[in-house]
Design a protein around this ligand. Structure first.
Ligand code: IPD
Ligand code: CA
Length: 274
């Protein structure tokens, strides 16, 4: 079994995400160069690429044997592979569509997984100064204050997060719309704020009761997974059973009971794995 000094890793990543956060904060309302990736709504800016470089270079210099899975490195052709080696899973700007439009729900999401287990999760919105963090077994925090997921068990009293995501695949859109149409009358309210990582952070702090999405990638949820669980919530496959980080499917909730009600209700969709 590989072992790492998680405290040293935590201190390094806190400092690096704060530094990278300055770039996001300074540029969110500036003109950007925007390119498209898998489709016309899957966007990337120079800031996404620069933040990912800054984090990977900084972490590599302190931890030369660590591996990386990064959204923009994967877009440039690097393999997205999770082994037992210490692996940093990075979404440099989650909510790139928001960043492009100046909608301040954006974050940097970074997780450290070792032996395929999440050890550290950071979700940092530098525009609104929300720093969510967790280390395995030590609880989840927002700006240093401990947070807890909600205790809601009923669908009818839940605030539910659902997203269209960054794909316009007709088959996927159909399932997403059917689920929205089915769930909207069943729940208290629904929200879609354009950042998977911050959606999970909202579940972790009890601001939303549940969230599920098809089409997300490992980097969207790798930090949120630990933060939600350390806040007392549950993260699983939308059909029930354990989360598979590479499956492009995720459901999280404040309670098992609510998660089970959702898994029994939602229409399923299986996509090509990461
Ligand atoms: C996207 C956002 C969005 C979610 C998509 C993600 P990006 O990430 O998290 O909320 O619905 O599935 O791909 O492209 O902004 O990093
Ligand atoms: Ca993302």
């Amino acid at each position: 079994m590989t072992s790492v000094d998680t405290n040293a890793c935590y201190m390094a990543i806190v400092q690096l995400t704060k530094e990278a956060g300055k770039l996001v904060r300074e540029r969110i309302w500036n003109k950007k160069t925007v390119q498209t990736k898998s489709c016309e709504v899957d966007l990337v800016t120079e800031t996404d690429q620069q933040v990912e470089r800054l984090l990977i270079e900084g972490l590599s210099s302190s931890f030369p044997d660590h591996k990386f899975i990064g959204e923009e490195s994967t877009a440039e052709g690097l393999k997205c592979e999770l082994t037992d080696a210490p692996t940093w899973i990075i979404d440099p700007v989650d909510g790139t569509m928001n960043f492009v439009h100046g909608y301040p729900n954006v974050c940097i999401s970074v997780a450290l997984w070792v032996n395929k287990v999440a050890e550290i999760g950071i979700i940092y919105n530098p525009v609104l100064e929300q720093f969510f963090s967790a280390q395995k077994g030590k609880g989840a925090f927002l700006n240093g204050n401990q947070i807890h997921a909600s205790s809601e068990t009923e669908l009818s009293k839940s605030l539910m997060i659902m997203e269209f995501g960054t794909s316009r695949d007709p088959n996927k859109m159909k399932v997403v719309m059917e689920n929205m149409q089915m769930l909207v009358p069943l729940v208290h309210g629904t929200r879609s704020s354009g950042s998977a990582a911050l959606n999970m952070a909202m579940v972790a702090m009890g601001a939303a009761d549940a969230y599920f999405e098809y089409g997300i990638h490992a980097w969207d949820i790798a930090a949120g997974d630990l933060i939600v669980r350390e806040a007392g919530g549950v993260v699983m496959d939308p059909a029930g059973g354990p989360l598979d980080l590479m499956s492009r499917r995720m459901l999280c909730a404040g309670t098992d009971q609510l998660a089970e009600k959702l898994t029994a209700t939602v229409k399923q969709l299986y996509l090509e794995r990461d």
